[in-house]
Write a protein that binds this ligand. Structure first.
Ligand code: ADP
Ligand code: MG
Length: 344
């Protein structure tokens, strides 16, 4: 029997390459929200407004007052592997911005209708780039950038079928903003859905801003039922708040971990936090916490996953120890006070 003839090996067309790559970055509307917020923060925005329609499927618009994009750079911003954030391997290894892969706008552009409206500091007017036609024309806008994303997955209907209800997608979008908002109390965030303002977190500059933003985003209850922590072990600095054991929940939906300002899902941090609660939490109760790990960027690799939600530490043990001790120390003080009260 002769083998079935093979098709020749061919390089894929550019558009298909982009659509395949987009699958790694954009899973749902919330992924787009996250990427656009990262870009706004990298542009030093102080106020960011997110507007959504149909849970983000029909429209996601993110408006910032950041540095803007020069008109002759706008088309390049939509290209694959095009970035202003790194230019060399050395810069990649010490990256301090949220973005650096130059993939997000290209990915979004390949699976949705994108328009960029931006005015950079040295421009007399704003410019509007229609991503579909490539047309660039003058427009009106204050300093900053608006990225508008319409009809997500219109060109890949198979992906669109995996989306949940608008209400669920909206909830994920709000979660994405919440995660950024907890990291950046110095920046104001607003979320609109179908023309209605649904969240507005005012900017709180300075150190006191952290607690204020926590109260705004997670509620005063969270503040009342948690203790502040600030602990340094070697090169690892851990700050944030740890919930008291009584504040534990049945779901792990209030566990926020950040590494150098980036929201992450990290086994080392989750395990270390869990270990700190070992003696005080029983069964399936889930602790609540917001943990900010600050570490020399050279000691952590953020280029592990296209969405950058996973990181790799050069020395996981030092991070584990720092997080565990930070939380244990924070919990020790209220426990001692409780024990004293019980003895009295
Ligand atoms: P990355 O963030 O990894 O550089 P993106 O595809 O997200 O890649 O963005 C490409 C480039 O477009 C960025 O490097 C930046 O120069 C520019 N850009 C994107 N969004 C904004 C924004 N909101 N304000 C200013 N510049 C932006
Ligand atoms: Mg980006």
């Amino acid at each position: 029997m002769s083998p079935t003839p093979r098709r020749p090996i061919r390089e894929l067309p550019d558009e298909l390459i982009s659509q395949i790559a987009a699958g790694e970055v954009v899973e749902r509307p919330a992924s787009v929200v996250r990427e656009l917020l990262d870009n706004a923060l990298d542009a030093d925005a102080t106020q960011i407004t997110v507007r959504l329609s149909a849970g983000g499927v029909r429209l996601i618009s993110v408006e910032d007052d950041g540095a803007g994009i020069a008109p002759d750079q706008m088309a390049t911003a939509l290209k694959r592997h095009a970035t202003s954030k790194i230019a060399s391997l050395a810069e990649l290894e010490a990256v301090g911005t949220m973005g650096f892969r130059g993939e997000a706008l290209a990915a979004i552009h390949s699976i949705a209708e994108v328009a960029l409206l931006s005015r950079a500091g040295d421009q007399k007017s704003a410019w509007l780039l229609d991503g579909r036609t490539g047309e660039l024309k003058p427009a009106a806008r204050a300093l900053g950038t608006t990225v508008e994303v319409k009809e997500l997955f219109y060109s890949v209907p198979a992906r669109r079928k995996f989306l949940k209800t608008d209400a669920t997608e909206l909830a994920h979008c709000i979660d994405a903003v919440r995660r950024h908002a907890l990291a950046r109390p110095d920046v104001g965030f607003a979320i609109w859905h179908e023309g209605k303002l649904i969240e507005h977190w005012r900017a709180h500059p300075g150190e006191a801003g952290r607690a204020q933003r926590l109260g705004d985003v997670l509620g005063e209850d969270f503040l009342a039922a948690s203790v502040a922590l600030d602990h340094r072990v070697g090169p690892v600095h851990v700050t944030g708040r740890a919930g008291l054991p009584d504040a534990a929940r049945s779901r792990a939906d209030q566990q926020f971990a950040y590494v150098n300002g980036r929201f992450v899902r990290d086994k080392v941090i989750v395990h270390a936090a869990r270990a700190a609660y070992e003696d005080v939490l029983h069964g399936q109760r889930q602790p609540v916490y917001v943990l900010h790990v600050t570490i020399d960027p050279a000691r952590v690799d953020v280029n592990v996953h296209p969405t950058k939600i996973e990181v790799r530490f050069r020395d996981g043990r030092e991070v584990h120890q720092a997080v565990r001790h930070a939380v244990e120390n924070a919990l020790a003080a209220p426990r001692a006070a409780l024990a004293a009260a019980a003895d009295a």
